[in-house]
Design a protein around this ligand. Structure first.
Ligand SMILES: [Zn+2]
Length: 293
């Protein structure tokens, strides 16, 4: 079965991770633009970050047989930095039209400030203009209120709910999202939030419709194999293959295909490590390239 990790920050991960993910059945990933840990000091650094998501990282994934797509946005946390926020909103339109950009995101709330709400609304309008879906991050603190406010904002903006994916859900927030027309994603982290058994229980209770699972792996304590691990536990727990395939493949494909840009998603890129991207290779001197025929 083909697997899709619809939220993973590969820029922060290693080539070993790419190899292990491909071996475990992951064919495609979506990498949302996010906070880098280190606060940015000027909008220009976002520009190079966006370019690396549509360029170098996409190439790097292909070198290990993985299809890479991304979502671009001003993230909720840095919406609070007046030194970068307006500049990033101005440069976003230039990047939202690029190949491989399948949504606007992650937008949403971190601390539930007025600045976050303004950036969220402005980016819903950008999504409308570029006819793209939206990936919405929900806050770690006060998740229920953040989710309710996000759903209300989408409704107030009259943005189509079928184009909205609310992320990082829990037992408390999933029913709220399913009651709207939005899609619901779940991040499976080691030791916190949602884990594999809780995810199996949710799909057993609610079924697979509009439900997605991701690893949200990044530079923190996280695991890029949480998607295959959760799929395996669903299988062991006796859930139907059709249900598993809906959650781990059909749903992410259906959601992001609404961008019209999910090209060749079901087909692994042919590995050719002899190729270069703007003069750079994933190999170091003396390593011999893997080239699939
Ligand atoms: Zn993320």
């Amino acid at each position: 079965m083909k697997l899709f990790d619809p939220h993973i920050h590969m820029t922060s991960r290693t080539t070993d991770d790419y190899e292990a993910m491909a071996r475990a059945g992951i064919v495609a990933v979506v990498e949302p633009a996010f906070w880098l840990g280190q606060p940015r000091t000027h909008p220009g650094t976002f520009e190079d970050y966006f370019l690396s998501l549509v360029g170098w990282e996409r190439f790097r994934a292909s070198q290990f047989g993985i299809r890479h797509f991304c979502t671009l946005a001003l993230n909720p946390k840095e919406a609070n930095n007046p030194g970068v926020a307006s500049g990033v909103l101005e440069l976003l339109p230039r990047y939202l039209e690029k190949d491989g950009v399948v949504a606007v995101g992650e937008v949403g709330f971190d601390d539930m400030t007025p600045a976050e709400e303004r950036a969220f609304l402005a980016q819903l309008e950008l999504a409308r203009r570029f006819e793209l879906p939206v990936l919405v991050h929900t806050p770690h603190r006060d998740k229920r209120r953040g989710t309710e406010r996000s759903l209300a904002l989408v409704r107030e903006a009259r943005f189509p709910e079928r184009l909205v994916l609310i992320d990082h859900n829990t037992e408390e927030t999933l029913p709220l999202v399913l009651d709207s027309g939005c899609w619901a994603a779940h991040s499976i982290y080691p030791h916190t939030k949602m884990d594999e058994p809780r995810m199996v229980a949710l799909v057993t209770k609610y079924g697979p419709e509009r439900i997605l699972v991701n690893s949200a792996a990044d530079w923190g304590v996280s695991d890029p194999l949480k998607v295959p691990k959760t799929a395996a536990l669903m299988r062991e727990s006796g859930l139907d293959e059709a249900v598993i395939e809906t959650v781990f493949w059909r749903n992410p494909v259906a959601f992001f295909a609404q961008s019209g840009r999910l090209e060749d998603v079901a087909e692994r890129p042919r590995i050719d490590q002899a190729r270069l991207f703007e003069g750079s290779s994933v190999l170091r001197g003396g390593q011999s390239p893997v080239v699939e025929r």
